[in-house]
Design a protein around this ligand. Structure first.
Ligand code: NDP
Length: 342
């Protein structure tokens, strides 16, 4: 079996050379309480880069990745051997697996893993959707928008990284809540997708805008009520300058800072926040795990009824993990970046 590891800590922009595919012997017969999963698809998530940096472990809530060792990741797979009553051979699961061909895990309440219902009665949707709209990206968009921002009909919503996995869903969920939605993204093809296929009211290519504040004033002449922030930095500063009184900001991610080697994160204009009584709230999708069942039901139904489009960008084979992962920081993915294993 094989797994993907980082050769060393990664600072700044990641490159494919920072990774290697290593061989490892699999224990084909699980010990009592263990389950062996053959991984079928793996989720590529920007936050993993923060785990690859050399920095004090106390700095962030997530554990660091050790060079040379296996990398935990959300994924989906099929149980091939089990020494645990809860799981049997052939079960299809989604949860925390690894960037590897096979994952051995020991079920416990601390391990995020769910068994997926089998088609045709339950799961008629593609397995990959359990990593995108029905997985953590969907949960992030759902909880971040509905719980953190609490949108009301007619409110004006701005979404960054709008053609990405989380952003593409946030915009569609905000439209379902009756909001006016504008997204920004880094290519014209992405702008076209969110405007013409995903139903956003408007969108723009932020790389073609020399002045982000001026752009936001143009797209939001009446101001922004909700900003769903996937990128941080300059975009966050410009959004704060355009926010209305009592605006809400969901701080989902600050990807523009993940690739800054040692740079000081941008400081938002806090006086602006005070004067406008803006609420800025950071959140973790995991905080809302208790609502995972409800979320899966609602979003699954929207997908089946064609109310939500799922955008996925799939690469093939474990050896494509380094290029698939680094593509996120080059803005090359459209929708959820997934690696399918043969
Ligand atoms: P995406 O599918 O959105 O992929 C990343 C996208 O970010 C790229 O395609 C690119 O799009 C954009 N991007 C990359 N570098 C920069 C940059 N320097 N400045 C601006 N945009 C950039 O990834 P996800 O949907 O998985 O994640 C989106 C955000 O949500 C990330 O910040 C992630 O860490 C965060 N997240 C947070 C979670 C939580 O629980 N809080 C859970 C999951 C994700 P473009 O071409 O538009 O620039």
């Amino acid at each position: 079996s094989r797994y993907v590891a980082v050769r060393h800590h990664v600072e700044g922009f990641p490159s494919e050379d920072d990774f290697e595919v290593k061989k490892v012997k699999v224990r084909w017969t699980p010990e009592s309480g263990e389950v062996l999963v053959r991984n079928l698809c793996l989720s590529m998530d920007p936050y993993q880069l923060n785990r690859m940096k050399r920095r004090s472990a106390s700095h962030h809530a997530v554990d660091g990745i050790v060079p040379g060792e296996r990398i935990e990741s959300y994924g989906a797979g099929e149980v091939v051997a089990s020494a645990c009553d809860e799981y049997k051979e052939g079960d299809v699961v989604a949860g925390v697996l690894g960037w590897e061909d096979y994952t051995l895990f020991r079920p416990s309440p601390a391990v995020l893993m769910s068994k997926l219902a089998a088609a045709p009665s339950g799961d008629d949707l593609p397995l990959s959707h359990h990593l995108s709209a029905l997985g953590t990206s969907g949960m992030t968009a759902y909880a971040g928008l509905y719980e953190v921002c609490r949108p009301e009909r007619g409110e004006k919503v701005f979404v960054s990284a709008a053609a990405g996995s989380v952003g593409s869903l946030v915009g569609q969920f905000a439209k379902l809540a009756g909001c006016y939605v504008v997204g920004c993204a880094g290519t014209n093809a992405k702008v076209d997708l969110v405007k013409n296929k995903l139903g956003f009211d408007d969108a723009f290519n932020y790389k073609e805008e020399p002045d982000m504040r001026a752009a936001l004033k143009r797209y939001f002449p009446d101001g922004i009520d909700i900003y769903f922030d996937n990128v941080g930095g300059e975009t966050l500063e410009a959004a704060l300058a355009t926010m209305n009184t009592y605006g809400r900001v969901a701080l989902c991610g600050v990807i523009s800072e993940y690739t800054d080697a040692g740079g000081r994160p941008a400081a938002p204009d806090l006086l602006e926040v005070i004067y406008k009584r803006i609420t800025i709230r950071g959140f973790f999708a995991w905080d809302f795990l208790a609502r995972f069942g409800e979320f899966g039901g609602v979003v699954g139904d929207w997908i089946r009824r064609g109310k939500v489009q799922v955008v996925e960008d799939v690469s093939d084979g474990l050896e494509s993990v380094p290029s698939a992962f680094t593509a996120l920081f080059r803005g090359e993915n459209i929708g959820k970046k997934i690696v399918k294993l043969a």
